[in-house]
Design a protein around this ligand. Structure first.
Ligand SMILES: [Zn+2]
Length: 332
């Protein structure tokens, strides 16, 4: 947010400078401009990928900030065949506010949607914010008094949470994207920080054989396995969040087998690239999840003793690290 405000001021500043430089000789003006621009450009932190970032707020607050309750799903979780592209907050008939002031660019109810059979979002609404930002709100209650067009401010009630469309219970699903929808961001990266006191929970490794038999490998104790082919490895992993019972996605997953280079999954955004939505602009869904679990892919096990180190970090930086000690009888 700091960066974006600064870059706005910078742009305005450049325009003022340009206006004044016109009164100087072209050469002196160019020199002065490049000097000033150099000073202005240098201290810019961050990646500067978008010019403007509005000041974002939570669209639905359950509990007392920053201890937000009922965040039941986070960004980037597996939805069997695609990434969960937003964040879920459980609640019925709660007033929903926009993540920032903006303009309603699309608002549809189940019944008046011209793009049938798009049933998933139920009653939904898309907003365009300053810069190239969009946000969307799904599964809303049928619109009644709420605006369907025009601009909305941070205090405008844009809908109420409900259970319309493809939804397993009353909740708000919302997403936040930049680059006009090409890059969908993890809302936790953008919104004011909330409490999460529980570190991720790492369970066993799971190997699914060709006949669908599942083998579990627990961490901390040495296990012996016989492999006839390089099966992909899954890992049971979730983050409890504020409430101990929720099972949410993690922010960072890292693993390292023996002395091989460590591998990382970072759930900060998904981007549409080379015909697929890719996590962090890199991995397609099938590389990140299998059987609805986090996938580590085909590990290059050594015949004999192996150590697999796994580290999981949640959105608040709570860390869990485990080691799996696996004796592999490698038959391939
Ligand atoms: Zn959702």
């Amino acid at each position: 947010m700091y960066l974006k405000i600064e870059s706005c001021i910078m742009r305005t500043g450049i325009n003022i400078i340009r206006a004044n430089i016109h009164r100087l000789s072209p050469m002196a003006g160019a020199l002065l401009l490049s000097f000033i621009l150099g000073i202005l450009m240098l201290p810019l932190p961050g990646n500067g990928e978008t010019d403007v970032q509005p000041e974002f707020q939570w669209p639905l607050v359950k509990g007392e900030y920053p201890d937000l309750e009922y965040i039941t799903s986070t960004f980037g979780e597996s939805r069997i065949d695609h990434f969960h592209s937003g964040l879920d907050i459980a609640g019925n008939n709660d007033a929903i506010y926009p993540v920032a002031a903006g303009e309603i660019v699309f608002s549809r109810m189940h019944g008046d949607d011209p793009f049938h059979p798009m049933q998933g979002p139920g009653n939904y609404l898309f907003l365009h914010h300053e810069g190239d930002w969009w946000s969307g709100y799904y599964h809303l209650k049928a619109f009644d008094e709420e605006p369907r067009t025009g601009t909305v401010g941070p205090e405008t009630v844009i809908g109420h949470s409900s259970n319309s469309g493809h939804s397993g219970g009353p909740h708000l699903h919302f997403f936040m994207s930049t680059e006009y929808g090409q890059r969908i961001m993890n809302p936790l990266v953008l919104l004011p920080p909330v409490t999460d006191i529980h570190p991720p929970v790492i369970g066993p490794l799971v190997i699914v054989s060709t006949d669908e038999r599942r083998t579990h490998i627990q961490h901390s104790e040495t296990q012996n396995i016989r492999l006839t082919q390089p099966y992909p490895i899954q890992i049971q992993l979730h983050d409890p969040g504020l409430e101990a019972y929720t099972r949410r996605g993690v922010y960072i997953l890292e693993w390292q087998l023996n002395d091989e280079p460590a591998q990382t999954r970072r759930f900060d955004y998904i981007e549409f690239k080379n015909g697929d939505w890719r996590l962090h602009g890199e991995q397609a869904f099938d590389e990140v999840f299998r059987y609805n679990q986090y996938s580590l892919g085909e590990l290059n096990w050594l015949h004999g003793g192996n150590r697999l180190h796994v580290k999981a970090v949640d959105f608040n930086g709570n860390v869990t690290e485990v080691d799996y000690f696996v004796n592999v009888d490698r038959e391939y």
